[in-house]
Design a binder for this molecule. Structure first.
Ligand code: ZN
Length: 399
């Protein structure tokens, strides 16, 4: 079986892309660009590279539609992958080894070189069957998603070049699901990383001084942890909730102090908060402000990161692209499970500039192995994904 899969041209293309070690940190994207340029030429697409930051290229492959003045469709994927602990892998992580069960092993097989190749292979099939699309289709291959997209999609969406693409709707990465459903993501939580700085009376460790930083820090930690406990209860209260539905809070760093017998004048706690899409940002910040006030004199807060509130992509009649997606899924009898993405993807930048975006990686019956050892995707699931895009691309491009 593995032999048969190895000879499949779509899988051969996938394996070739997987073998390019575009691994963080300090990725050399040159080989990815060469690969994509060749694909683009084979498919008769327009090929353009935008380099907003040196060594951080964004490749856009364009298939012109018959009505190019209409808003276009963006099919996005990122070229980079996360690091590997090679000793923990059964097969070398950049080999694209196909085992007897047809599992294709490589870093990026799920996250998300699979999707990039599925877009290309679907376009190949559509073009060879002579289909023409109404709307223009842009396939973007972006750098550095795995380190926050700051030099990639985040900057790109703010450029005139991006605006000129005139995007009306975007598809980006989702996640595997071990069950029958295909998970689609229509929003992301907002990341807030908050430093709370507690200052107080310094002095000798043998005394019971008033107004110490430690007492204030305890108050702050209690407040954040109480909220954490509440959210945990909500998450556990119903099987229909996933982690993306609640606000998560974690105490990730504590620092301060000089030595064991000196009461410090400053202690800092850092909280990683992911605000559920239903949270009012102003109210949340006012609550933190209030806690600092209650904790005592000299307690302040700072943001290391504070994502703005971004509207979720509508999954109702008001979004014609979604309706096209949904009716195709019904036609193909794909069960969809709409969720809020637990982490962050480049979709948040796309949504931030007002473009509806859906995160979708067509991988059902697949264990979630992104960023894990022995990441793999079964060849049959990969090929089925191409067939899905062969239907999905015209569905959204002909809206
Ligand atoms: Zn990814």
């Amino acid at each position: 079986m593995s032999e048969e899969y190895r000879n499949n041209p779509s899988i051969a293309n996938f394996v070739e892309y997987l073998r390019i070690p575009s691994v963080q940190p300090n990725v050399n994207y040159e080989e990815c660009l060469n690969f994509l340029k060749r694909q683009s030429d084979e498919l008769g697409l327009l090929f353009k590279v935008y380099e907003l930051v040196p060594q951080k290229p964004i490749a856009v492959l364009t298939w012109l539609g018959q009505e190019p003045s209409l808003p276009a469709i963006l099919l996005n994927s990122h070229m980079d992958v996360v690091p590997v602990f090679e000793n923990s892998w059964t097969y070398p992580p950049f080999s694209g080894h196909i085992d007897e069960d047809g599992k294709i092993f490589a870093r990026g097989s799920q996250d998300m070189k699979c999707v990039g190749i599925q877009y290309l292979e679907a376009v190949r099939k559509l073009k060879s069957s002579g289909i023409k699309l109404k709307r223009t289709m842009h396939l973007s291959f972006v750098p550095d998603e795995e380190i926050g997209g700051h030099d990639g999609m985040k900057k790109f969406v703010l450029t005139d070049s991006f605006r000129a693409l005139n995007i009306g709707f975007a598809l980006d990465e989702g996640m595997a699901n071990p069950g029958e459903e295909f998970v689609v993501f229509n929003g992301e939580r907002s990341i807030w990383q908050i430093h709370v700085i507690c200052t107080g009376q310094p002095g000798h460790g043998s005394l019971l001084l008033p107004n110490t930083a430690g007492e204030k820090l305890r108050y702050i930690i209690n407040k954040f942890m109480d909220l954490r406990e509440e959210q945990k209860k909500i998450l556990e209260s119903s099987p229909k909730f996933t982690i993306g539905d609640v606000t998560t809070i974690n105490l990730t760093q504590v620092f301060g102090g000089i030595q064991s017998n000196v009461v410090p004048e400053k202690l800092t706690a850092v909280f990683d908060c992911r605000l559920a899409v239903t949270v009012n940002h102003e109210e949340f910040e006012n609550m933190v402000k209030q806690w600092c006030k209650e904790a005592g004199e000299g307690v302040t807060y700072d943001f290391e990161q504070k994502n703005p509130c971004v509207e979720v992509t509508k999954t109702d009649e008001s979004n014609p692209y979604w309706m096209a997606f949904k009716s195709l899924a019904d036609e193909l009898k794909l069960k969809l499970d709409i969720r809020i993405f637990p982490g962050g993807t480049d979709s948040r930048y796309v949504r931030r500039v007002g473009i509806p975006a859906i995160g979708f990686s067509p991988m059902n019956h697949t264990p979630v192995l992104l960023h894990d050892h022995n990441e793999f995707l079964r060849a049959d699931i990969f090929l089925r994904g191409i067939d899905i895009y062969v239907k999905l691309i015209p569905a959204v491009a002909n809206v």
